[in-house]
Design a protein around this ligand. Structure first.
Ligand code: GTP
Ligand code: MG
Length: 195
């Protein structure tokens, strides 16, 4: 699946702009700057397919990427970023929430969590929304290269604890580094085997 062509389809700013719901899709959600766009680039092996940057709030639309004709990868705007003007932040957040709660073909949401920080209250809110919408979500730990093994173990315990109260959580965590490539093959395999 990941060996084939991958194309940018469109950036969506409002629900009516979503592409036809004609194939399975997975999305990447998470706090601003957690590494969503970088992860899509690592998965697809394309350095700057999704625009990544050090400035939080980089991704401001719902960006659709097609893996051949079979699947969409969906890059979402981040949440929990308070620097942009409030009306704009609120517009993204409304769009993000409508998308997560109402996309028929969304097969799994990957919720990205920074391996240095663990699950924050804003992550918990999104997870609750996914619970209510019955969208299975799986946590992907990002930036694993930035912490020691011991720190990682402690954070993973915190994350497992936080997931225990979410019925929509898929129990297995995937630990990744887009920088070093850790976990990328595992995540590709998960996406490829979803039906
Ligand atoms: P928004 O679109 O603003 O919500 O951010 P995002 O979640 O898409 O994050 P993005 O991929 O733009 O990455 C944010 C910053 O983190 C960039 O400077 C990336 O280079 C860096 N980054 C992302 N993944 C990794 C990683 O695995 N390791 C390290 N060391 N840095 C990373
Ligand atoms: Mg982004």
């Amino acid at each position: 699946l990941f060996a084939g062509p991958v194309d940018f389809v469109k950036g969506v700013v409002a629900m009516p702009g979503l592409p036809p719901a004609d194939r399975l899709e997975v999305c990447f959600a998470g706090r601003s700057n957690v590494g969503k766009s970088s992860l899509i680039n690592a998965l697809t092996g394309r350095k700057s397919l999704a625009r990544a940057s050090n400035t939080p709030g980089r991704t401001q639309e719902i960006n659709y990427f097609a893996l051949g004709e079979e699947r969409y990868l969906v890059d979402l705007p981040g949440y929990g970023y308070a620097e942009a003007p409030l009306p704009i932040v609120e517009k993204w957040q409304r769009l993000l929430k409508s998308y997560l709660a109402g996309r028929q073909t969304l097969r799994r949401a990957f919720v990205l969590v920074d391996t240095r920080h663990g699950v924050k209250p804003v992550d918990d809110e999104i997870m609750q929304l996914l619970d209510r919408s019955a969208v299975t979500f799986q946590v992907v730990m990002t930036k694993a290269d930035k912490v020691s093994r011991a720190e990682r173990m402690a954070i993973l315990d915190q994350v497992r604890g936080a997931l225990a109260k979410h019925p929509a959580a898929y129990p297995e965590l995937v630990v990744t580094s887009s920088e070093k490539g850790d976990g990328i093959e595992t995540l590709r395999a998960i996406i490829a085997t979803l039906e």
